[in-house]
Write a protein that binds this ligand. Structure first.
Ligand code: ADP
Ligand code: MG
Length: 230
């Protein structure tokens, strides 16, 4: 059985697709067979892949923007070690995208929530907690991981206190939550790479952003307890 991680946050623009694609690239680089399920009807991940005729990512993508992934995935017999599900924005909203996220989370052992380190983003992102609590009632093993994304590269309070603030905002007695030590900064290369059809690891392999993705990858692997590859 592959490890399944949903990347979710009802807030659009939090960095779900950026984190999904670069983490998938990091896991590929670390030697794992990785699949990204693009569960967003906007298909950002699929469009990223399709910028190049030949897949430049190192991992596969399939588009499955529909509710009920928890029912569909087990029967699909997918030959991957790790599956990442890029969720749409929105939770229990009238568009039905909430149903997509709920199915994705139910299919997962882990939910990775990218958040930008501002008060309003923490406030908005906190709205994911009731959904996680709902799912955790059926799946007590569900583990939520928070990752600070788009951290300013300066020494502002916003930057230095980002992780601490995230720890204060994301608390729950019903769901196990871990705020990751690894953080992604706000970097131009993260914005540029999708247009090239590559992850930052291929677009700028020696960059600070690529190094941050590798750190994130290592920490996620540690949470998954999948043995690291030499
Ligand atoms: N760490 C980052 N540094 C710079 N830009 C980022 C970063 N993360 C996301 N972005 C940019 O923010 C926008 C929204 O990110 P995206 O991953 O599409 O969010 P979501 O999938 O949650 O809607 C995109 O333009 C993306 O390039
Ligand atoms: Mg997205």
């Amino acid at each position: 059985m592959p490890a399944v991680i949903s990347i979710a946050n009802q807030k659009g623009g939090a960095g779900k697709t950026t984190v999904t694609m670069n983490l998938a690239g990091g896991l590929h680089e670390a030697g794992y067979r990785v699949l990204v399920i693009d569960a967003d009807p906007q298909q950002s991940a699929t469009k990223w892949r399709n910028r190049q005729e030949e897949n430049q990512l190192g991992f596969d993508i399939i588009s499955m923007a529909r509710p009920g992934l928890h029912k569909d995935l087990p029967g699909m017999n997918l030959d991957y070690e790790i599956i990442l599900i890029d969720c749409p924005p929105g939770l229990a909203d009238s568009s039905g995208q909430g149903g997509i996220t709920i199915g994705a989370v139910l299919a997962s052992q882990f939910v990775l929530v990218p958040v930008q380190p501002t008060f309003l983003d923490y406030e908005a992102s906190q709205m994911v907690l009731p959904l996680l609590q709902q799912v955790a009632a059926f799946r007590p093993d569900l583990q939520a991981l928070i990752v600070v994304n788009r951290k300013p590269t300066n020494r502002s309070r916003l930057a230095t206190e980002a992780r601490e603030a995230a720890v204060a905002f994301f608390t729950s007695t019903e769901v196990s939550i871990r705020v990751l030590q690894a953080e992604l900064s706000d970097r131009t290369a993260f914005k540029e790479s999708p247009g090239t059809g590559q992850t930052i690891l291929r677009y700028e392999p020696g960059s600070k952003g690529a190094e941050e993705v590798r750190q994130l990858t290592m920490e996620v692997l540690e949470c998954l307890r999948v043995p690291a590859r030499a």
